[in-house]
Design a binder for this molecule. Structure first.
Ligand SMILES: Cc1cc2nc3c(=O)[nH]c(=O)nc-3n(C[C@H](O)[C@H](O)[C@H](O)COP(=O)(O)O)c2cc1C
Length: 325
């Protein structure tokens, strides 16, 4: 018998496989199926600050005669969306026993912050903030962008006492420094990393299209490197996300120091039954290597623990350059 339990953001998970925020976690029925197939926790689909705003502007409010009338429609739409989300938390919590982590996509410390309290009251076990400010403006300094992250954490902590995770991208000029600075704030975990919509160009149709929505297994090396380098140094839990498609990728990230992992693409592609396959792969490996618990594995290969820490930082294929291959 293997002990797969792990402690992540103060919550005890029966195993380290969390279903990441996505359409997979947008209904109580689907979440029940994920739980039945072995998921350790779920992060609900995000409420998007942008999405709420877009829905409002897509309603044709300009024809409304009075400004108050337009305001009412905007307010109603927001409340409605929020109500649905709170209902999802409440209903799901009633019927499942694994932790339910709510998610808000945010880009500022503004209006949505008051939602956080309602999310807590609805019974969520934790809150994940999915934050990304595209550093695309040549006028906006990196430190100004970073300050927004700190402000958001402060504002949310003023509203809630829920375990808090921050899901970020790798678009920071001083990534390790920024992650460390985030980790000393009042947060319980950092999710490394979100994966975004990627623009592509269709050469036949001559138009901008979306690249693949789903990750591939070789994308796992990005979180693996950063989890490995930072897990012994930061002051909060790290959870790996992106490119985790099998039990072996889970194990690698745990060895690097992640307390848990998040998966989305592979569950879209292979269905919820794949959670069981991943857990079985983990157990078989643990048996072969004489591990009885996930706790013994976590961080065994973090940069802090290995003899040659440079292995995580190596960036050039020196051996290949030197041999002329
Ligand atoms: C269809 C789809 C929808 C997603 N929606 C969200 C979302 O609402 N909020 C969020 O934080 N991440 C969202 N994600 C990102 C995933 O949670 C995850 O971080 C990302 O896909 C990388 O993990 P993966 O390689 O296992 O897919 C979505 C991903 C996919 C594929």
């Amino acid at each position: 018998m293997f002990d797969l339990t792990t402690k992540y953001m103060g919550l005890t998970l029966k195993n380290p496989i969390i279903i990441g925020s996505s359409g997979l976690t947008n209904s109580t029925a689907d979440i029940k199926t994920l739980e039945a197939n072995g998921a350790g926790a779920v992060v609900l689909k995000s409420i998007f600050e942008e999405q709420i705003m877009m829905e409002v502007s897509s309603l044709e409010t300009r024809h409304l005669a009075h400004a108050e009338e337009a305001d009412y429609v905007r307010h109603y739409t927001r409340q409605h969306k929020l109500k649905e989300y709170l209902q999802l938390i409440e209903n799901t919590r009633k019927v499942i026993s694994i932790p339910v982590i709510a998610s808000i996509n945010c880009i500022s410390a503004s209006e949505w912050v008051s939602f956080a309290k309602k999310i807590q009251d609805a019974g969520a076990n934790g809150l994940e903030l999915n934050m990304f400010i595209m550093p695309a403006s040549y006028k906006q300094k990196g430190e100004d962008i970073e300050q927004i992250y700190f402000d958001v954490i402060n504002e949310v902590n003023n509203q809630v006492s829920l375990p808090l995770a921050l899901k970020i991208s790798f678009y920071f000029s001083g990534l390790a420094n920024m992650i460390f600075n985030l980790s000393v704030r009042k947060i319980d975990a950092i999710v490394l990393f979100n994966r975004f919509y990627k623009p592509d160009i269709d050469l036949d149709k001559m138009q901008i299209t979306a690249a693949d929505v789903y990750s591939t297994p070789d994308e796992v090396y990005l979180p693996l490197r950063w989890v490995g380098m930072l897990s012994g140094h930061v002051k909060c839990d790290l959870v790996a996300s992106t490119g985790i498609h099998d039990g072996y990728a889970v194990l690698k990230n745990l060895l690097a120091g992640a307390k848990a992992v998040q998966v989305a693409s592979v569950i879209y592609q292979k269905g919820p039954e794949h959670i069981g396959v991943m857990l079985k792969q983990m157990e078989e490996w643990m048996k072969k290597h004489n591990y009885s618990s996930v706790r013994e594995i976590i961080g065994k290969f973090s940069q802090k623990k290995i003899k040659d820490p440079v292995l995580y930082e190596r960036a050039q294929f020196m051996k290949y350059f030197a041999s002329g291959k």
